[in-house]
Design a protein around this ligand. Structure first.
Ligand SMILES: NC(=O)C1=CN([C@@H]2O[C@H](COP(=O)(O)OP(=O)(O)OC[C@H]3O[C@@H](n4cnc5c(N)ncnc54)[C@H](O)[C@@H]3O)[C@@H](O)[C@H]2O)C=CC1
Ligand SMILES: O=C(O)[C@@H]1CCC=N1
Length: 268
């Protein structure tokens, strides 16, 4: 498989970091920044280009990995040289109809919503393709994302917005919580490194316990809460502050932004 990434930033680097180990895959990347091109070529042995190749072929897989605001310019430049290549877009908030219109009408498009833990091989990606997209094209997109974690297919395009709200943007929610826990550690007197370790080990341990026990989060939470004890006081404070509701509101605001972006880009 020949995979050409357009944009060699955070997400593309994460995906390339898993994909370059796959036998039978040739990777190229078009990236404006010389520094990023050099780093990608040195680290992963990929062909790093400063501009789009003159022509592509129907066997190529093009991963669109620029920011949504840069996507129209990229697709417009791609359209005359696409020659039926498969487009895999990881951009948030740009729907297939818009991508197709910008790219000269191709319908060979798969949408993917990955997340940054892909960098350490622990990503999770949602994938969607319209009914007329060939199984071989779905499999190609799936194989790329499986190199950096798990995949799940959603049955409607709006499912991509649902995935963004939970796992696409989700790592940032977790980092937000970790920031708070680290801050508490420092406030009560630990040095920064100890505070970080306590917060990280707590997260890692809690996630491992969730997975290994198979018990629901609510049940495990109750097991930490001794009657009249310390955790009960903390959770009561979270509930007074409606922390869970705030997280749900944030994630729904994230989803609403994806919908809003899709509507805006559909008019451009
Ligand atoms: N960062 C994240 O957690 C996630 C990002 N995404 C999507 O991934 C896409 C990329 O995001 P990031 O990697 O975070 O952004 P980024 O800013 O790190 O990478 C984009 C790269 O594209 C390059 N670029 C811009 N225009 C170009 C052009 N015309 N030709 C070649 N290179 C060009 C930039 O120099 C930059 O290195 C976005 O569309 C975003 O919605 C999806 C899921 C998660
Ligand atoms: O914030 C964003 O728009 C991108 C999409 C999902 C995660 N980051």
């Amino acid at each position: 498989m020949n995979v050409l990434f357009i944009g060699g930033g955070n997400m593309a680097t994460a995906i390339i970091g898993g994909l370059y180990r796959q036998p039978g895959t040739t990777i190229s990347v078009v990236e404006h920044s010389e520094e990023k091109r050099d780093a990608l070529a040195a680290k992963y042995g990929v062909t790093a280009l400063s501009a789009l190749p003159a022509a592509l072929s129907a066997d190529d897989v093009i991963v669109l990995a620029v920011k949504p605001q840069n996507l129209k310019a990229v697709c417009t430049e791609l359209a005359p040289r696409l020659n039926g290549a498969l487009l895999v877009s990881i951009a948030a908030g740009v729907d297939i109809a818009t991508l197709s219109r910008w790219s000269g009408g191709t319908t060979r498009i798969v949408r993917v919503m990955p997340n940054t833990p892909a960098l350490v091989g622990k990503g999770v990606s949602g994938l969607y393709a319209a009914a007329d997209v060939a199984v071989a094209d779905r499999n190609a997109a799936e194989a790329i994302m499986m190199a950096v974690g798990r995949v799940l297919w959603v049955g409607t395009e709006s499912g991509i917005d649902d995935v963004i709200a939970v796992s696409g943007s989700g790592p940032a929610y977790v980092f937000h919580f970790v920031e708070a826990l680290e801050a508490v550690g420092r406030d009560v007197g630990f040095d920064a490194e100890t505070a970080r370790q306590l917060a990280l080990e707590t997260f890692e341990g809690a996630i491992a316990l969730l997975r290994d026990s198979g018990e629901p989060a609510g049940e495990l939470k109750r097991k930490v809460m001794s009657k009249g004890g310390t955790t009960e006081r903390a959770i009561a404070s979270f509930e007074d502050d409606r922390v869970k509701e705030a997280i749900v509101r944030g994630a729904l605001a994230c989803r609403a932004r994806a919908v809003e972006m899709s509507a805006d880009f559909s008019r451009s």
